[in-house]
Write a protein that binds this ligand. Structure first.
Ligand SMILES: [Zn+2]
Length: 402
């Protein structure tokens, strides 16, 4: 049934906040945003609150949501952390997919309690589809691809294609996630980007996450090369001689839309390239994971100066104490107090929604948007709306279905 609501403030994010705004909804969607209604029209007054879009977590791995603390410790080297994560994943799989499904459910409810309505979820197991289907959150299931072998490219591409089509026909939004340069053959990456274009689905890749990864790409050596040798996975054709981060980014730019996850060690030229390809490329910064590993300072301001669309993600509980996206916002505010609050709000709403290809329904308030929104309580005495204050109060926001 169509309804009309009034709120002290409505913050559409893609436009100016509306004071004493009205919102019309019908069948779970917003149909109109307006500053006046006809005399005598029935209006539900929501009082002294600010309505904000539900948050969007651009990157997570829900399968680790049952962890009570991160895997390993931040002092150990990255290749050892990866080995610990793989060990945990194997132990989980030795049981059955019921445990994994339980982790997905608990990750989703933890996210919703924090005001997150949509997530970019990395999927390693096709059996999780029913858990995604049952979810009341909007999940974009990005099928993880690990293949360093030239011989398996065609087969792996076909399997990925099958998964995306199967998920889509089951009503689950889906895309592709070539895992990282140390697990994906460069030609496999090219094929997956082509698939992303063909199916018009998102492609997300962990990139420029560690110095070790950069060393592997440019020198084909270092701890990750040793790890790949150790486990018999190194393929001499997987990374071309004299390769570079830019080469990977150029490949990703051939996708329909791509997310560069982390980007901790992106250099100036590559950042500029990403800014210029903003219709396709976004960067997902995972602040608390970045902090957990003690990386060099994040190039956030440089990215913003170059017009890069930055969104935020929690990554997983393997490197984060919890899945609260508001915790990521709080850390960015502490570490980058000079970053504009409105820009920061966009990183967890409209920018993340665009990166995940769900910008028609999530990350803003306006016609076509879902009418599940966040209500932030305001002090009655507040005369003007401060986005800084809104960000501070986000963790206490209530999810309302209008
Ligand atoms: Zn990740």
């Amino acid at each position: 049934m169509a309804k009309t609501y009034r709120a002290r403030w409505i913050v559409p994010v893609n436009g100016k906040p509306l004071e004493n705004g009205f919102l019309r909804t019908d069948k779970g969607k917003v149909t109109e945003l307006t500053t006046s209604v006809a005399a005598g029209e029935s209006v539900i007054d929501l009082g002294d609150i600010a309505l904000v879009p539900g948050l969007v977590n651009a990157h997570t791995h829900l399968e680790f949501s049952e962890l009570t603390q991160p895997v390993g410790n931040p002092e150990q080297s990255f290749d050892h952390w990866i080995s610990a994560v793989v060990g945990y994943r194997r132990s989980q799989l030795q049981n059955d997919s019921a445990l994994l499904k339980q982790a997905i459910r608990s990750g989703i409810s933890e996210s919703q309690e924090d005001g997150v309505l949509a997530l970019g979820e990395i999927t390693t197991n096709g059996e999780l589809l029913p858990a995604y289907q049952a979810s009341t959150a909007c999940l974009v299931s990005l099928r993880e691809v690990i293949n360093f072998s030239a011989d398996r490219i065609e087969e792996v591409t076909q399997d990925t294609r099958d998964y995306v089509l199967q998920a889509q026909s089951a009503g689950v939004k889906a895309g592709i996630s070539p895992h990282a340069p140390y697990t994906v053959h460069q030609k496999q990456l090219t094929e997956l980007c082509r698939l992303s274009r063909e199916l018009e689905c998102v492609c997300a890749m962990h990139l420029a996450e560690t110095k070790e990864e950069c060393e592997l790409i440019t020198e084909r050596s270092g701890p990750l090369r040793e790890m790949l040798n150790r486990i018999g996975m190194w393929d001499d054709s997987a990374i071309t001689l004299n390769s570079s981060l830019t080469e990977y980014v150029e490949s990703l730019a051939t996708s329909w839309r791509a997310i560069i996850v982390h980007g901790n060690y992106l250099d100036r030229d590559t950042i500029q390239y990403i800014g210029n390809a903003g219709d396709r490329l976004s960067v997902c910064y995972c602040p608390r994971t970045h902090h957990y590993f003690g990386h060099d300072p994040y190039p956030l301001e440089e990215m913003l100066a170059q017009g890069v669309r930055v969104c935020l993600g929690t990554d997983s509980r393997a490197s984060n104490p919890n899945l609260a996206l508001t915790g990521e916002v709080a850390l960015v505010r502490t570490q980058f107090p000079q970053v504009d609050a409105q820009e920061l709000l966009k990183m967890v709403t409209m920018h993340a929604a665009y990166a995940l290809g769900i910008e028609q329904s999530h990350g803003f308030i306006g016609p076509g948007a879902v009418s599940d929104l966040l209500a932030v309580e305001l002090e009655q005495s507040v005369q003007s709306l401060s986005v800084e204050l809104l960000l501070t109060q986000l963790p206490d926001a209530r999810l309302v279905s209008l």
